[in-house]
Design a protein around this ligand. Structure first.
Ligand SMILES: Nc1ncnc2c1ncn2[C@@H]1O[C@H](COP(=O)(O)OP(=O)(O)O)[C@@H](O)[C@H]1O
Ligand SMILES: [Mg+2]
Length: 783
């Protein structure tokens, strides 16, 4: 999730704290103590009491106690219990393959790990959370769970800790200014008031009024924040008077129903302090889930009575009033609402004029539009940016799909949405989720439409991209072909032949696979089409051609694909072509060239976050290492691949053809190293961190792999793709020891251009340093 960051102190993911925390030392100590004996602790209390903040604090302090990290899963963004397991898997960085149920993936992964799971905001999914936590705690003895929820989960063995609001002085207690901040409520008010009005401090002149305000708000942190934000536009006396008008002092402090009521009253009051446009917007933005951007808000929420400029102003107003939260993610402003604030907004939306349905349709339209653009632009230079974008929008995309599938008359749009996200499911690491959505979408609407055909296409590609539901894939592929023919959609028919090539490969029928691929490629050529799927079909053809012994043709096809992708500024197709090129080169015994291709592929896969692609590349590199008789390196790389595969819940290549290749080279490595030696190196490979594994694979073996002296660093393996004339010049200047700036002035080009030449040279040669380039230049005099 967007605001989550990786902590430096080890593995794990906790929300970054965007505002100061008022210490709750006693509570933190108590929850830590409970977690030392209980395996499930649930923090309960009314909305806005500070459960989430407390949980994050406790988790942060416990990081060292859990070797495999503390991981926060924010459930406020998901509206549907069926998404719970994905949310947990996402948080842990696990990418499910379609043939592995997510619950299995979670259990397998967690079973021998020491992890604290923080399930945050469980209240709307209490039963699902209870079931999942129960299952995980049973299966994984090193796992503990810290949940926050307005109600307990009701699981046996659950320890409940009730979070009370912040401390407020008893009425009438005489207070010195210095002692005031020992009351957490006053300290919080002072902090937030200082953020609203720079320079604000507690002093003898305002202390009594602040105490009165905090008392009226019953110490509820969220209510205090909303009140303090009002100081932008009113004096503290006006604020106190306004609250006194509206609120009776609650008779029973610390009674939960009272806090709930108090929060509602605070919202009611905040609502009245909003301008009319702000009120409208508060209600309307509540259709969003998780975080969202300004463009989405203006598109979805604007109307005749709330024009775009008013939306922009009102959103700023809601941020000023602490109703919406602004955060910067990947250099861009995004917005979110706390769960309680969002619920209040939805309540205000009412049911007038079909507004809720209208907003949800517009919300869906916006994300459908996004998915369409993604699909249209995927075969281009922005792949990385697009994947990042869609990951940020995940909660909203899910909500939009879910709405389509549960609202009468919208299932056809649902099919479009899930079909257009094809490359997000395939490359963005969401295979399992994609498979589930497609399953549901196809079941929801069986009419013979182009939407259904396109969804079948996406579904088939997911099914064959891993070991898939092998039984289902051929049947679905046939259905896809038949429907495309019936609809008379030649482009889809060509796509169906591509998919049939892939299912034939799963059957290990490479001759048939080749026929299907030829058919697809010829049809695409006749149509004049070029996109990521066309490239995939060509690469599939290269694979089958190679398997049938025609290495030269396979090499030619790969080179063409690479060139086309490069011309489009495209990365993913290029990485696919490089994988095949590596196999082709290896088939011809050219270890150095194979290494260069595989290294370049690995860099791209890792930049895109294509987990499955990283795993397969490590296995290709292992095969290359065996060919180079670097057996220990091969075993290490296989270990590293295993570790990545564990995140997918999947063992090895989907293709039987590659599986049998792998089997051969593993046997060779075991033969050379002996069982024990092989296992030892394999284990060391699994222990490499993600970054170390990549660095090792790329030839820059770090300290942790020093023992693998026999492993030949890939970078020394020699030339990969030839350099252009200009790159050769730049490489020679690098060898002379010139900096980028000096190279730029020597060649009379800009420094940017020089940098980009250097970058290309490193990539092409599979190197990580200039020294390697220098040594390459001396070993390869110009021809
Ligand atoms: N100890 C604290 N220090 C500072 N701010 C707090 C504290 N506890 C809660 N808040 C603020 O109050 C609001 C509600 O807190 P949150 O933890 O989201 O409540 P809950 O999870 O119980 O609904 C948030 O804006 C949060 O930042
Ligand atoms: Mg919360």
């Amino acid at each position: 999730m967007a605001r989550n960051i990786r902590s430096r102190a080890g593995p794990g993911r906790l929300a970054a704290e965007v505002s100061t925390f008022i210490n709750r030392r006693r509570e933190i100590a108590e929850v830590r103590r409970l977690l030392s004996t209980a395996r499930l602790v649930t923090l309960t209390g009314a909305g806005g009491t500070g459960k989430t903040r407390l949980a994050v604090r406790v988790a942060r302090e416990l990081r060292r106690a859990f070797a495999d990290g503390v991981w926060q899963v924010d459930l406020a963004g998901i509206g549907d219990g069926s998404l719970l397991e994905y949310a947990v898997a996402d948080a842990l960085g696990l990418r499910g393959a379609p043939d592995v149920p997510t619950s299995r993936l979670l259990i397998d992964y967690l079973s021998d790990r020491s992890v604290l799971l923080v399930l945050d905001n469980c209240e709307h999914l209490v039963d699902d959370c209870a079931r999942l936590v129960n299952a995980l705690l049973r299966a994984a003895s090193g796992v503990r769970a810290l949940c926050t929820s307005r109600q307990p989960l009701g699981v046996i063995g659950e320890t409940v800790f009730t979070v009370t609001p912040l401390s407020v002085p008893e009425p009438g207690v005489a207070l010195a200014t210095g002692a005031a901040v020992t009351y957490a409520a006053l300290a919080l008010f002072a902090e937030r008031a200082g953020a609203a009005v720079p320079g604000f401090t507690l002093h003898a002149g305002n202390l009594k009024t602040v105490v009165e305000i905090c008392e009226r708000l019953d110490g509820l942190p969220l209510a205090i924040e909303l009140a303090a934000a009002q100081l932008r536009t009113r004096s503290i006396e006006q604020l106190a008077a306004g609250l006194a008008d509206r609120f009776r002092l609650l008779a029973t402090r610390h009674a939960i129903p009272g806090h709930h009521r108090r929060l509602q009253e605070t919202f009611d009051w905040s609502f009245t302090t909003c301008t009319v446009p702000e009120r409208k917007l508060w209600a309307r933005v509540a259709v969003f889930r998780g975080s969202f951007d300004l463009h989405a808000v203006t598109t979805v929420c604007a109307s005749d009575d709330l024009p775009v400029e008013a939306v922009v102003d009102s959103l700023a107003g809601l941020v000023d009033k602490s109703i919406a939260i602004r955060e910067e993610v990947a250099g861009q402003n995004r917005y979110r609402l706390l769960d309680t604030v969002r619920e209040y907004g939805l309540g205000q939306l009412g049911d007038t004029d079909g507004m809720p349905a209208l907003l949800r349709r517009r919300h869906r339209d916006w994300y459908l539009h996004l998915a369409e653009r993604f699909e249209a632009e995927w075969f281009g230079p922005d792949q990385q940016r697009w994947l990042t974008r869609l990951r940020l929008e995940q909660d909203n995309v899910r909500a939009a799909i879910g709405w389509c599938l549960t609202t009468p008359g919208e299932s056809r749009a649902g099919l479009r949405l899930v079909a257009d996200l094809q490359y997000y499911w395939l490359v963005g690491g969401a295979l399992r989720e994609g498979a589930d959505w497609l399953d549901r979408a196809l079941a929801a609407n069986s009419a013979a439409t182009p939407e259904r055909a396109r969804a079948l296409h996406t579904y088939c590609r997911i099914l064959v991209s891993s070991q898939g539901d092998a039984a289902q894939a051929p049947e679905r592929a046939q259905e896809f072909l038949a429907l495309s023919r019936r609809l008379d959609e030649p482009s889809l028919v060509a796509r169906a032949f591509h998919v049939l090539c892939l299912t034939a490969q799963l059957d290990n029928d490479m001759a048939r696979a080749q026929q299907m691929a030829e058919e697809a490629v010829v049809r695409f050529a006749a149509l004049g089409e070029m996109d990521a799927t066309v490239v995939s079909a060509q690469i599939a053809l290269a694979r089958t051609v190679l398997s049938q012994g025609d290495r030269a043709r396979a090499a030619r096809i790969c080179a063409e694909c690479y060139a086309v992708c490069a011309a489009h500024g495209e990365q993913w197709g290029r990485s696919q072509a490089l994988g095949e090129s590596a196999l082709v080169a290896l088939d011809g015994g050219d270890v150095a060239q194979a290494t260069g291709y595989a290294n370049e592929r690995l860099r791209i896969k890792s930049a895109l976050g294509d987990t499955l692609g990283i795993a397969t590349t490590l296995e290709i590199l292992a095969g290359i290492a065996v060919a180079a008789e670097a057996y220990e390196r091969a075993a290490l790389l296989l270990g590293a691949a295993d570790r990545v595969r564990q995140q997918l819940g999947q063992r090895t290549f989907a293709s039987p053809w590659l599986r049998s290749w792998r089997k051969e080279y593993v046997a060779a490595a075991v033969g050379a190293l002996g069982e024990a030696g092989f296992d030892d190196a394999l284990r060391r490979g699994t222990e490499l961190s993600h970054d170390d594994a990549l660095a090792y694979a790329l030839g820059a073996a770090g300290d942790r792999t020093r023992r693998t002296r026999s492993a030949k660093p890939a970078a020394e393996a020699g030339p990969a793709a030839p350099l252009t004339r200009r790159e050769r010049q730049v490489a020679e200047l690098i060898a002379e020891g010139l900096s980028n700036k000096q190279i730029a002035s020597r060649l009379v080009i800009s420094q940017r251009t020089a940098e980009s030449h250097v970058e290309n040279i490193l990539t092409k040669l599979g190197f990580t340093s200039r020294t390697q380039v220098a040594s390459w230049v001396t070993k390869h005099p110009p021809s």
